[in-house]
Design a protein around this ligand. Sequence first.
Ligand code: PMP
Length: 334
Amino acid sequence: MTTAPSARKATEAAAASRGCASNVRASVQQQSAPLNAASLPEHDRPLVWIDGQLYPKTQAKISVFDHGLLYGDGCFEGIRVYRGKIFKCGRHMDRIFRNAERLRMKMPWSRDEVVAVMRQCIAANNITEGYIRLLFTRGYGTLGLDPRKCPRPSMICICDQIALYPPELYRDGMKVIIAKRPKTPTVCLDPSLKSLNYLNNILAKCEAIDAGCLEAVMLSVDGYVGECTGDNLFIVKNGEVFTSPLDVGMLDGITREFVMKTLCPQVGVKCTEKKLRVDDLLGADEVFLTGTAAEIIAVTQVGDKKISAGEGPTTRKLRDRFRQIVTGDAVPED
Ligand code: PMP
């Protein structure tokens, strides 16, 4: 499919007029009079960074020709800010740059420039505790899939608050179901690619909502327990922690890694990767989920099966240690 040069020019001009075409170096510079969200009315907060400029919420828009919108062509990160620090910033940069490369995006920004954008956005929105949503989209193009018709990717950075689950669920634990819909097999679309296409997960989430709960465990096509729609999953059995290995098909969660490599050793609990079956899940002493937005949360019921009466002792220990770290003076940015 081709587009007449005049039409393409108009598309580019429109995009340029709202910042899509700003050049890379300019894109990470502060605007001449730095905007601050404090000076804006509530409905215009937060300020959103798009391709080199901060826009009040009501003006934070992208082109309808952006392939992120048209096709889900892009990748993203959800990142926490604790005490003004970007939690596990290095790992998030590793992941998004790796995913952009897998999508064959030609990245005009360096890692340092992207981090600078996030810090600028945090400052402009006066965030000390919050959440960053960072997106790389394929950018605006033509009405066809061909990514070569998109001259440059777009970067969007949103800094805001997030509350994934009601606070009482952190105290009492939550119910999940096992989704009927399996996870897209890795050979079709690797779930470790955190792309802008979350439909497989969204439809599983709808199954959960239909069943009166907020999360669904997703199985691989061969029946192994993978992850939930927006969190990784762990079980506790006889005081030991287990989670399925990444090759079952799941996101390589940064909180998952933090639990395995930092929290479990610190609280003196053994953690092992093992391909989990539904029976392992239903027979667990404790189940918990991990994610940037969810942090660590206990699951007390899977479908009709009661797992535990409230948050179990191992989950509690891990969650307490997690809170200690993210409320302490050494929030890790590596
Ligand atoms: N799995 C899926 C499908 C997710 O969307 C998320 C949230 N990013 C996670 C797991 C947890 O990953 P992380 O700890 O990196 O946020």
